[in-house]
Design a protein around this ligand. Sequence first.
Ligand SMILES: [Zn+2]
Length: 324
Amino acid sequence: MAFEKIRGQKKAKRLLEKALASNRLSHAYLFSGPAGVGKATTAAAVADLLLCESQQGDRPCGVCPGCAKKHSGNHPDYIRITPQGAAIKIDQIRALKEALVFSPFESGYRVVVLEDVHTMRREAGNSLLKLLEEPPPNNIFILIGSSAEALLSTIVSRCQVIPFFSLPLEDAATVIIAQSPGMEKENALMLAALSDGCPGQALTLETEGLFEIYTHFLERLRQQKSDEAVRVENALAFAAEISVLKETLPVLLHLFRIFFKDVMMVSAGGKSEQSCSPEVAAVRELWNLNQLSAKIAAVDLAEKALARNCNRGLVCEVLMLDLL
Ligand SMILES: [Zn+2]
């Protein structure tokens, strides 16, 4: 079956397998859940199945013309739309509409995958809504987004929502190792924990050097200095180091939040010390609950400031003075 390679996501796989086996597909699906847990991989697997032309045996067969074209990225009945810059733009939806005027060229279905649909502004969303309200026949839309709440409710109501979840750490580590052969299991488990069970996010960390920066941050946290001048100097030096990060800075802030939330959970007794990472255990005595919630609030504030395009250097300095 096409979903063999997808780790976890039992519910999503069961719903899709049932629909595919009985040939009762919805015309639109919304794959909803955190980034990096297999939504796009699953969408591609659905497309593989639908575009395979083999009439017998296991599908996708991997050898028919449909499979070959899909594999080479040239299948005319497979359309994948990703954000142009920060968002999916209305022009992209208009171009899609034009492409859908024609019936699918080859196989029975055309598969249209729209990634990060939560980035769409209202204008683009409304344009997509019109498509979903009167879908041209034999088109299967798969929308991929971080949550249904971020979308126009009218769009959500036109889709069958398929929920995706963070993976158990063991599963996430297996995915990470499969994509980074040679990685020690211990490191894969740490990346899995850092990314909250979202291996796709963990792999970004690994490739963009964020893991190293994050480890550096944890070291600095552990060496809290009593000398105020040294503390400020350390915080500012680290702020300068992270303020040059571009797209990955929000991921780093996300990690900071997960980390402090974990420390808070352990301190409040909601999570046992045995089940938390050694990094969390090492610093749990340093702050009380009020201080921890102030740190989480500082991360929230920095995220909002970055979203408003405030001066990155300044945002990082203020944040690090609060955290370190
Ligand atoms: Zn095939």
